[in-house]
Design a binder for this molecule. Structure first.
Ligand SMILES: [Zn+2]
Length: 633
């Protein structure tokens, strides 16, 4: 074929291919400066729940790594960690799983061919369960439509993904070299020059120094951001369409235990989309106390104590909390098991002397709790209905039993798993208890509880009667102390990164996280404020409000204006009804070069003064919709 005829064939082929595309918008959308504020997470087969609701830490596969003489290959945690981080930052996202879904262009595009997402987080593991994905679709989305791509660790085996990242992947092997920042770049700004793993007392993360290091070769046009010894572990690349790609390497099961990698991931979202709008949790603390209203203190020999009185609550809880502008989150029990009558009753009318000869005055306690709620220092949470087994009758039977026999068995004082008979509790019984507890607490305290905590962590774990799943179904927004996010979209079982910018720290109210401790050592409660002098003790409903905020963002090219819509659900985000909220708006360097500096910020139509990036944005109180407009010079 002559040079001339080759050219003709090539251009005819191009015209034909272009005409055959279902839309011809890609060039326009590729050049549109900004993409919508939404992330698409793409997985392989890591989501264990076939119904795509429960996000749990997978079980360890019981395999040998070759280092120890016992099986210690860790479970895959990348997907779980990603969900915790995105929820905690309140960055809006959807999830695609390639073990159940075929990759399709319209997963990324609206009907008119415009992109639905600003960036993709690529976390597809190698698995024979994948439904033969067409990876060239990802190339099209990045190269033609300008959608960003952030790929993780060893999830880059397809050649199409390597080509987008500008890398050649060679595999991963153990290395304990330190990761160091190599290039000054928007993505590495403010990161520590050497990365170190989180140290959280009592918790050992990962495999210590026995981590996998990825080995890649970097092609022309790709920038190395972070290096581990001789090998790049973070890279970035820009396409003429505006598409930007980032690869973050290191050990896939341990990478997010590095604070700098978590920050790098969040910044990669900013850099690939152009902007970001998120929440972080520096010095925020959620203090929790369990059990007021429960019955176990009146029946259980090793856990017996008088219910708190109005006087103790005022003097040792409300007073120091007020002095430190702090909130104590309390898991209340709204129903009491009356052994004499063998029935369930509302808690706060009880006033009697128990079988150990101790006065139990729940009426007085209620007065104290009401005062703290009115003063805004107590947050009301739900500790189930009775903190006791639903079945107290059948063998071996609790009703009427002596206090030093069946009554002294702790298994009776759990509600959502039958820890006395070692079995689960049926789903309908659990749901009734959750919903009734919510209704009773709402009536008793005038507040709808958003957190649900199963008494003594007694839970059912079979799929159909899974306590966490049911609590999400019952309309709670958070489970347990740190058992995680509950929503209509998913339930994340177990939280992470507590006490870092990526999650508040959860702590037990001194001395032992229960009203029991206050009855024996009331003076020790206020010591918490000396231990955390810099921290703000927030209510859990504030945290839940941010987790459930539904934000979106769109760019108006003609008006050089970015509009962010915040949507606070009146139920899950009820905290914002009477409280302002605060967010960070971050603009990437390349976008600021194009748009110029931010000139005007409007919130709900009103101008507010702007400062330098990243901007702290204060949204006035009120649930429902808020509009943030950012106008550039
Ligand atoms: Zn409890």
């Amino acid at each position: 074929m002559s040079k001339k005829s080759f050219k003709l064939v090539a251009s005819l082929t191009f015209i034909l291919l272009f005409a055959l595309k279902p839309d011809a918008f890609s060039k326009d959308y590729g050049n549109t400066m900004l993409k919508p504020f939404r992330v698409l997470v793409i997985l392989g087969d890591q989501w264990q729940d076939p119904a795509s609701y429960m996000v749990s830490i997978t079980k360890s596969p019981n395999k040998y790594s070759g280092y120890f003489t016992r099986p210690e290959v860790p479970a895959q945690v990348d997907f779980h960690h990603l969900m915790v981080l995105l929820k905690s930052w309140s960055i809006p996202f959807d999830v695609i799983r390639l073990d159940q879904q075929f990759l399709d262009r319209y997963m990324f595009l609206n009907m008119d061919g415009s992109p639905m997402y600003g960036t993709i987080i690529w976390d597809v593991n190698k698995s024979d369960k994948l439904l033969h994905p067409d990876y060239s679709i990802i190339q099209e989305m990045v190269q033609d439509y300008g959608i960003g791509l952030i790929a993780l660790s060893d999830r880059i085996f397809p050649s199409e993904i390597q080509s987008l990242l500008g890398l050649k992947y060679n595999g991963c092997w153990e290395s304990n070299e330190l990761m160091k920042v190599e290039s000054k770049h928007f993505l590495t700004k403010d990161l520590n020059s050497t990365f170190s793993m989180d140290e959280i007392s009592g918790q050992e993360y990962g495999l210590g120094t026995h981590l996998k290091r990825e080995q890649v070769e970097v092609m022309d046009g790709t920038v190395t951001l972070v290096r581990q010894g001789d090998y790049p572990q973070a890279t970035a690349k820009v396409f003429t369409s505006g598409g930007r790609t980032v690869w973050i390497g290191n050990d896939v099961n341990n990478m997010f235990y590095f604070q700098d990698i978590r920050t790098l991931l969040r910044r990669a979202i900013t850099w690939t989309i152009g902007y970001n709008f998120y929440k972080t949790w520096e010095n925020k603390l959620i203090m929790i106390m369990d059990d007021p209203g429960g019955a176990q203190n009146t029946y259980l020999e090793h856990w017996r104590y008088p219910e708190l009185t109005e006087n103790i609550i005022e003097k040792y809880l409300i007073k120091p909390l007020k002095e430190h502008n702090a909130i104590l989150n309390i898991n209340f029990v709204p129903a009491f098991v009356n052994d004499d009558k063998q029935i369930l009753e509302p808690t706060w009318t009880q006033d009697f002397t128990d079988g150990f000869g101790v006065r139990q005055n729940y009426v007085s306690a209620k007065k104290g709790f009401d005062k703290g709620i009115k003063a805004g220092v107590f947050e009301v949470m739900c500790h189930g209905l009775s903190h006791m087994q639903p079945d107290l009758v059948s063998d071996p039977g609790w009703y009427g039993a002596p206090v030093d026999q069946e009554k002294s068995e702790v298994g009776w004082y759990r509600e959502f798993g039958d820890t006395r008979r070692l079995k689960g509790i049926p789903a309908a019984e659990q749901l009734w208890r959750m919903k009734t507890a919510k209704r009773w607490i709402t009536e008793q305290f005038g507040v709808i509880p958003l957190e649900f905590c199963a008494g003594g962590n007694g839970v059912s774990i079979s799929y159909s009667s899974n306590t966490f799943k049911l609590a999400g179904q019952a309309g709670f927004g958070w489970s347990g102390w740190t058992q995680g996010y509950l929503g209509t979209d998913m339930a994340i079982n177990e939280w992470n990164f507590m006490g870092t910018p990526d999650s508040p720290l959860f702590i037990a109210a001194p001395p032992n996280g229960h009203d029991f401790g206050i009855t024996t050592n009331p003076e020790t409660f206020k010591e918490i404020f000396n231990q955390y002098p810099e921290s703000l003790f927030i209510g859990i409903n504030e945290f839940i409000g941010y987790l459930h905020a539904s934000n979106s963002g769109n760019w108006n090219n003609e008006e050089k204006r970015l509009t962010l819509n915040l949507n606070y659900d009146p139920h899950y985000c009820m905290h914002f009804k009477n409280h302002p909220s605060s967010w960070t708006f971050e603009l990437s360097d390349w976008l600021e070069d194009k748009t110029g500096k931010v000139s005007v910020i409007k919130i709900d139509g009103k101008d507010i003064p702007s400062s330098t990036a990243p901007l702290k944005i204060a949204i006035p109180s009120g649930t429902g919709k808020h509009k943030l407009e950012i106008v550039f010079r």
